[in-house]
Design a protein around this ligand. Structure first.
Ligand code: SF4
Ligand code: SF4
Ligand code: SF4
Length: 326
């Protein structure tokens, strides 16, 4: 993507009378950090970037910030919110539209065709961060790391994020303004992570998830970073009745993870944010992708694709085999 064109377009968008601000990415303060930013003027637009480090799904802010209560005496600002989206982020926007979490009139979508993001943890492991800022760029099909005036070519497969290896929609599925040319789509390989868990004998599979869930510290970073975990009244926060006890132990952690996974079934758009932000490295992607796979294979349904469609839970087919009814 031409960054000058991005910044020029963003400045034009935030100058519009009907736009409140634009949510985009800007370089962070050090190393491989990228920060989400709220742009209100041309100076803010001049700081925007788009690179293989822009993993954050900004669609989360549409409900996180926009649903905050308006202070007494103030009137809500009804102007539109502009938003930069990659392919997976755009699916979150579509899913929010379908669920009526937001309306089409509330947003301006700036679509960013996406050649694939880097797994920043893997990048930092192989190429430890230095104090000064570092830049990661796409070149051909690979990545180029620029730091201390030196360029290092990194083959795509070496640091490509898992969600991107498995991505089916690198080009935004919804967009008002497309920034740059569409990227060529790639064939999705077998999901080895999900396949490995499926192959486990049932007790071994239980042991595997027990080991994973036992490490959860219930910080809720996964829930808070998820663009589709936006219930105003989350069952995990309820005290009366208490659906999930606040105690951090295997039993309550399991209740939390199973509740969340089922609430995301047919809704998760596989952006990988929950797993990326988890401080305990719990493989949440495997859990969510397994449910997404079941929904895809059993019902031929994929969320976040059709802005005119219905949510999975609200869809009905007269010839549904209803195998789940005993
Ligand atoms: S999942 Fe697809 S759209 Fe999302 S960051 Fe990866 S390649 Fe880009
Ligand atoms: S982010 Fe990780 S540690 Fe925190 S609640 Fe989620 S799974 Fe548990
Ligand atoms: S559950 Fe995880 S992968 Fe799915 S939409 Fe939420 S953050 Fe993205």
């Amino acid at each position: 993507m031409d960054l000058e064109q991005l910044r020029k377009t963003a400045a034009e968008v935030v100058a519009r009378d009907d736009v409140k601000y634009l949510i985009g990415w800007r370089p962070g303060s050090y190393g491989y950090r990228i920060a989400p930013c709220f742009v209100e003027d041309a100076a803010g637009a001049a700081a925007l970037t788009f690179s293989p480090l822009c993993n954050t799904n900004l669609a989360t802010y549409l409900t996180l910030v926009e649903k905050l209560p308006v202070p007494r005496g103030e009137t809500p600002d009804q102007r539109k919110v502009a938003l930069m989206v990659k392919g997976c982020d755009s699916r979150a926007v579509v899913q929010l539209l379908v669920e009526k979490g937001i309306t089409r009139e509330q947003i301006v979508v700036l679509g960013c065709p996406c050649p694939g993001m880097a797994d920043v943890a893997l990048l930092a492991e192989k190429y430890p961060e230095t104090d000064g800022p570092a830049e990661l760029k796409w070149r051909g099909g690979d990545f180029v790391l620029v730091r201390n005036g030196e360029e290092i070519l990194i083959p795509r497969e070496e640091i490509l994020a898992e969600k991107c290896r498995l991505c089916r929609y690198p080009n935004p599925v919804i967009s008002d303004i497309t920034l740059g040319e569409p990227v060529a789509e790639w064939e999705r390989p077998e999901d080895e992570g999900v396949a490995a868990v499926e192959k486990m004998e049932v007790n071994a599979r239980w042991d595997y998830w027990e080991e994973q869930f036992s490490r959860c510290i219930r910080c809720y970073a996964c829930r808070n970073s998820c663009p589709l975990c936006y219930c105003e009244d989350c069952i995990l926060d309820r005290l009366n009745p208490t659906w999930v006890n606040r105690a951090v132990n295997f039993s309550e952690n399991t209740a939390f993870h199973i509740a969340r996974a089922f609430h995301l079934a047919g809704r998760c758009i596989e952006c990988g944010e929950c797993e990326r932000v988890c401080p305990a490295n719990i493989p949440l992607g495997k859990l969510n992708r397994k449910l997404a796979k079941e929904v895809r294979e059993k019902y031929g349904f994929e969320p976040g694709i059709d802005p005119e469609g219905k949510p999975f839970q609200a869809s009905y087919k007269p010839d549904d085999p209803e195998e789940f009814i005993l």
